[in-house]
Write a protein that binds this ligand. Sequence first.
Ligand code: SF4
Ligand code: SF4
Length: 341
Amino acid sequence: MNRMILGKTGIEITRFGFGGIPIQRVEEKQAVETVRHAVAKGVDFIDTSRAYTTSERRIGLALKKTNQRVVLASKSRARTSDAVQKDLATSLKELQKDYIDIYQCHFVQNDDDYQQVISPGGALEGLIQAKKSGLIGHIGITSHNLHLMDRILDDGHFETIMVCFSFLEPKARETIIPKAIENNVGVIAMKSFSGGIIDHPELAIKYALSYPDIAIIPGVESKDLFDQNWNVFLGTHELSDKEKQEIEKIIKQYDKNFCRRCDYCQPCSEDIPIQLILGLRWALKRFGKGFAEEEWPRKSIAKARSCSECGECLDRCPYQLPVPDLIKENIQWLDDNLTKP
Ligand code: SF4
Ligand code: SF4
């Protein structure tokens, strides 16, 4: 029950993998020790990305001193063949490997984005070449957009998919996860804690594991936090009635203010990446305060200040979130907590 085959890749892994986001926000020594500890305990699948700053490098350092076989997955947000191959070369260097098991097109969010990936000269072409050259074993894709994921599964170009899946974001279990499994596409479920919002490891992990044959990748930055999650994984995954009630309570609490990152509210007339702004507090918690100073968030925050309150996004959000109000609230929070001395 605790091991699975990742779809048509044929790779067998423990269902509880390690996500490489949180190790960016601590000192290198702690990050490396945390990864080593996880591997020593039995983790044999690690997911990271070119986009996670120091993560690949730290994982590379951690794995240098272990003989244990660990399946590695990384990803790139590049959309062209040349750019993705360049990113892959950097990933290999940072991870200190000459081969990566799974390389994924990262955060493909809409049809245009996807079209670019699969067109001649696109990232997919570059990854197919890399696979032929023996630099990677399999090609995957990640997206928060379930409509798009449906099309991706129909097209059949990718061997693994990564989707959001938690009790605050349960939609993937209705169609996408079963469809992927039916098509023998490996499913990696991200955001079991909904990006840090769910503060109950036991509930989050048990819920995420409640769907069989999918891998989860909870990331942590310390050995203690890892042990806490790992012990849940080793125990029974059945939710008690009390835990189910607790989950219902949390769902109610976040129903009208939690952005599910689906991007259905786009396009915004002011080009505001709405999901990024609505998830700002949690992103800062996960990536550290420096996140707000990086180019993409910085530009996005500047755009968010010019929300015209046109209301177009309101009709498009299937969760009826009060988007312009939430944007204002998040920017105000940012000003109060970061930009003011
Ligand atoms: S209300 Fe603001 S966020 Fe929504 S579409 Fe208009 S400008 Fe964009
Ligand atoms: S605001 Fe609504 S539509 Fe837009 S990404 Fe969030 S949940 Fe999806």
